[in-house]
Design a protein around this ligand. Structure first.
Ligand code: KG4
Ligand code: ZN
Length: 304
């Protein structure tokens, strides 16, 4: 695995830089993955890759490499949707969820409530109408002058703050969908007004600001999860995606589970943010179904 430090400087992912970094990193990353796993490339059963959604330039690097690698090794090729990969994180280690399973998938690109009927069959029952939950974290962090991605930093600073210091309004949108744009705007105004009164407001109150904003997002996510659980009568519940690494969300979900008698599934921290193990896990299920891709398979930028 290789991070891309370069994006910190620009406060977000720059597509051109991302694909160039992918090109530079892909061979060394695969070499070291094989070495760490103690596996020779001839021993692989199949070559899996992320087909989409995501930045097309970066996806193309992976798709092209996977095609060439599969062809050279004469192994089957498996195309994986990023959403399925995040869901598959629940099956890497046990105990694995029973079906029907309700999963809140929250990342930088997704905010979805997913009802899973099996490892390969799922239905989306709620989604964001604007920003993703991860973006709600990252955009607020940017307002606070924190580097990208800001989600983990809001988590870190928020851990030392009072989550009840500042109230933020809970977004209201009907059904099981989500909206974060109003919250983002109210955060922006809140910071602007307070900085006008107290120039060092951010520096003086960073932990309380982070803790309060984080509480609003987490409570909102959990209220939605609770509503979905009641409507669909499912108490087998989980979270996935980068935001599922958030320590406040993990803690509050555990409390909610006690209160509601839910059987919850929280992937290990390292399987929440993007990782190759979840892609391999999703590929495992497709491999069992012999669901292989041809050499004409194409990447897609936009997903469900
Ligand atoms: O799943 P992921 O690694 O990539 C996408 O598929 O988007 O999710 C990345 C997102 C970013 O928005 C990042 O700020 C957020 O997950 N994130 C967190 C935490 N760790 C990652 N947000 C809040 N608290 C965290 N600890
Ligand atoms: Zn992701």
């Amino acid at each position: 695995m290789s991070g891309q430090k370069i994006h910190e400087r620009y406060g977000g992912v720059v597509p051109e830089l991302a694909s160039r970094a992918h090109q530079g990193n892909i061979l060394p990353v695969i070499d070291s993955a094989l070495e760490i796993a103690g596996v020779k490339k001839e021993m692989l059963d199949a070559i899996a890759f992320t087909q989409g959604p995501g930045l097309l330039g970066s996806l193309l690097v992976g798709v092209s490499f996977a095609k060439g690698f599969a062809l050279a090794l004469d192994k089957p090729l498996i195309a994986i949707d990023h959403l399925s990969a995040h869901l598959a994180a629940h099956f890497i280690t046990g105990p694995t969820p029973k079906f029907p399973f309700l999963c809140l998938l929250v990342s930088g690109g997704h905010t979805l409530l997913v009802k899973m009927e099996s490892v390969t069959r799922h239905e989306i029952i709620g989604r964001t109408t604007d920003d993703a939950a991860g973006e709600a974290f990252d955009k607020a962090a940017k307002v606070l002058g924190l580097p990208y991605p800001g989600g983990p930093l809001i988590d870190k600073y928020g851990a030392g703050g009072n989550p009840y210091a500042y109230p933020f309004p809970e977004p209201s949108i009907p059904g099981l969908d989500f909206s974060f744009s109003g919250l983002k705007t109210s955060f922006l105004y809140f910071i602007r007004d307070n900085v006008a009164r107290e120039a060092d407001f951010i520096q003086n109150h960073l932990p309380d600001i982070c803790a309060s904003y984080q509480r609003r997002i987490v409570e909102y996510l959990l209220h939605r999860l609770e509503k979905a659980s009641e409507e669909y009568n499912i108490s087998e519940i989980g979270i996935a995606g980068g935001v599922a690494a958030n320590s406040y969300l993990r803690k509050k979900l555990q409390e909610k589970a006690m209160e509601k008698n839910w059987n919850i599934h929280i992937p290990a921290f390292e399987y929440c943010t993007d990782n190759a193990a979840m892609v391999a896990m999703a590929a495992h299920f497709k491999y069992l179904d012999k669901d292989f891709a041809g050499q004409d398979v194409a990447a897609y930028a936009r997903g469900l």
